[in-house]
Design a protein around this ligand. Structure first.
Ligand code: DGL
Length: 273
């Protein structure tokens, strides 16, 4: 199949969280165009079964392929944990998830080989970080902690709030007791809580932001496949946003975190795919 290096990259998530990944792609690969899909009608993914997440991800990939994307980024940790393996086998374009690159960097960063991972119930229950980290270094011990309340707190905009700090303190206490020296922010929303987490854990614990690492991984994959955009014509709308429900709420959140003014978000019927 002939793929065009000027085609957009497809990025998807269960909702708004994957915008933290889109943001890193915009910052680090400014020539790339993006088609973003947020599954706002079916969010959250974090408490759903593997079968359901595979079905949802297949539908979204089908939609993104229809948009003629040249590569796909699964910007959702839960979808990366549950569906990436399956979808990769079915696709004829490169696909990148958010888990592997973060795990690789965490394995390089840790000194005491004690790594914490926070994420949704699905991501932590899947044990996928442990798998990747053990592949990197079998001596690493991994401590996972599901933090389901954090997604709502971020979407509420409570990034600097005593309630969020208290919730974080309770979730992170177990990991502090285990003396981790590296923490993977294994959910799309958590990079937005970076400062709060840093305040609680102090400077001693390295925080790994998979959104950033994924943007770097995407660059590598595009380069390897001869698909890196070398600076095509400036387009009026280099970033296109699609959702499955309530475009206004999505747009409001997008404009609060992106270095780009999102003027239009289109709602599509994802169940048709
Ligand atoms: N995007 C999801 C993730 O990174 C978090 C939100 C959800 O549960 O859908 O796992």
């Amino acid at each position: 199949m002939q793929i065009d290096r000027e085609a957009p990259v497809g990025v998807f998530d269960s909702g708004v969280g994957g915008l933290t990944v889109a943001r890193e792609i915009m910052r680090n690969l400014p020539a790339e165009k993006i088609v973003y899909f947020g599954d706002t009608a079916r969010v959250p993914y974090g408490n759903k079964s593997k079968e359901t997440i595979i079905r949802y991800s297949r539908q979204i990939v089908h939609f993104l392929k229809e948009q003629r994307v040249k590569a796909i980024v699964v910007a959702c940790n839960t979808a990366s944990a549950f569906a990436l393996d399956t979808i990769e086998k079915e696709l004829d374009i490169p696909i990148v998830g958010v888990i592997e690159a973060g795990a690789r960097v965490a394995a390089q960063e840790t000194r005491n080989k004690r790594i914490g991972v926070i994420g949704t119930e699905g991501t932590i229950g899947s044990g996928i970080h442990r798998e990747y980290l053990k592949q990197q270094d079998p001596e690493i011990t991994v401590f996972g902690k599901a933090c389901p309340l954090l997604v709502s707190l971020v979407e509420e905009g409570w990034l600097k709030d005593p309630v969020t700090d208290e919730v974080l303190r309770r979730y992170l206490a177990e990991l502090q007791e285990q003396q981790i020296d590296t923490l993977i922010l294994g959910c799309t929303h958590y990079p937005l809580l970076r400062s709060a987490i840093r305040r609680i854990l102090g400077d001693e614990v390295r925080l790994v932001n998979p959104a950033y690492e994924t943007a770097l991984e995407l660059r590598k994959v595009l380069e390897e496949n001869g698909l890196l955009d070398l600076g095509s014509e400036n387009e009026e709308f280099p970033y296109r946003f699609y959702v499955s429900d309530l475009a206004e709420k999505f747009q409001h959140f997008a404009n609060s975190i992106l270095p780009y003014d999102v003027k239009m978000t289109k709602k599509i019927d994802i169940e048709k795919y």
